[in-house]
Design a protein around this ligand. Structure first.
Ligand SMILES: NC(=O)c1ccc[n+]([C@@H]2O[C@H](COP(=O)([O-])OP(=O)(O)OC[C@H]3O[C@@H](n4cnc5c(N)ncnc54)[C@H](O)[C@@H]3O)[C@@H](O)[C@H]2O)c1
Length: 243
């Protein structure tokens, strides 16, 4: 039986690439996003789009149930959906902070909690999308960086708690990736060209990563090739945190 996966934030960017790479690797996939464009991924018997908001109370359980009803099992959860906010600390409101936690942290925990009993039946995996912002200090993104630090610790904590039950939990920590997420953040900067130059200078390989490069690392962390790896935060950052 082919393995099955549930991917959040699948309509574009890294999540879209993850769905495509998983399909190539032989997975059947529930592709979840609140954006209706996620339906473009539909492929009979292989990719089932699910339009849903990760912050809604019912979404995690409904999505896991859907994976099991469509495919009979769940082998992989990819907690990928998130929002970015570039804002200095003193300009970050209570509402900003609460909204980032509500989108980037609470659903990742709730999806994991809904999926873990199913993943224990298949010796499955969770791969979370963290960020270099969860590992090192990056100016003017305190609320976002705190959410990614929480994803790092969610990964380590669950890895230790579930290792004996055969579930591996890892994360990727991308640097700048060439997606709409970065385009939108940069467009809001006073000088987008200067902002891009700073971003590139911070990455020793001199470019942003591609969504496919991050997706391939996620597929690796879900595959038997990484059977000895759990609780790891794999940087996919062109050398950013190595400097
Ligand atoms: N792009 C980067 O430079 C970068 C760097 C480090 C980490 N990341 C992380 O990678 C992940 C994916 O980022 P991306 O660059 O592909 O972003 P993106 O904005 O291109 O895609 C994010 C997707 O998540 C969906 N989404 C957002 N909120 C949602 C919600 N409440 N419910 C359902 N779907 C929702 C969006 O509709 C979108 O399709 C995020 O966790 C992000 O923090 C991105």
């Amino acid at each position: 039986m082919e393995p099955s996966a549930l991917v959040t934030g699948a309509a574009r960017g890294i999540g879209h690439s993850v769905v495509t790479q998983l399909r190539k690797a032989g997975y059947r996939v529930i592709a979840l996003d609140r954006a209706p464009e996620v339906t473009d991924l539909a492929e009979d018997g292989w990719i089932v789009p699910l339009i849903a908001d990760v912050t809604a109370d019912e979404t995690p359980t409904a999505a896991v149930d859907r994976a099991v009803s469509e495919f009979g099992q769940l082998d992989l959860l990819v907690n990928n959906a998130a929002r970015f906010l570039r804002r200095p600390a003193l300009e970050t409101s209570d509402e900003d902070f609460d909204a980032l936690i509500a989108t980037n942290v609470r659903p990742a925990f709730r999806f994991a909690r809904a999926a873990l009993p199913r993943l224990a039946e298949t010796n499955g995996c969770i791969v979370n999308t963290a960020s270099i912002s969860g590992l090192i200090g990056v100016p003017n993104q305190v609320a976002y960086a705190m959410t990614k630090g929480a994803i790092v610790q969610l990964t380590r904590q669950l890895a230790v708690e579930w290792a004996a039950r055969g579930v591996r939990i890892n994360a990727v920590a991308p640097g700048a990736v060439d997606t709409g997420f970065m385009d939108e953040a940069r467009a809001a900067d006073p000088d987008p060209a200067a902002s891009l130059a700073v971003t590139l200078a911070n990455h020793p390989i001199g470019r942003m990563s591609t969504p496919d490069e991050v997706a391939r690392a996620i597929v690796f962390l879900a595959s038997p090739e990484s059977a000895g790896i759990t609780g790891t935060i794999l940087s996919v950052d062109g050398g950013y945190v190595a400097r």
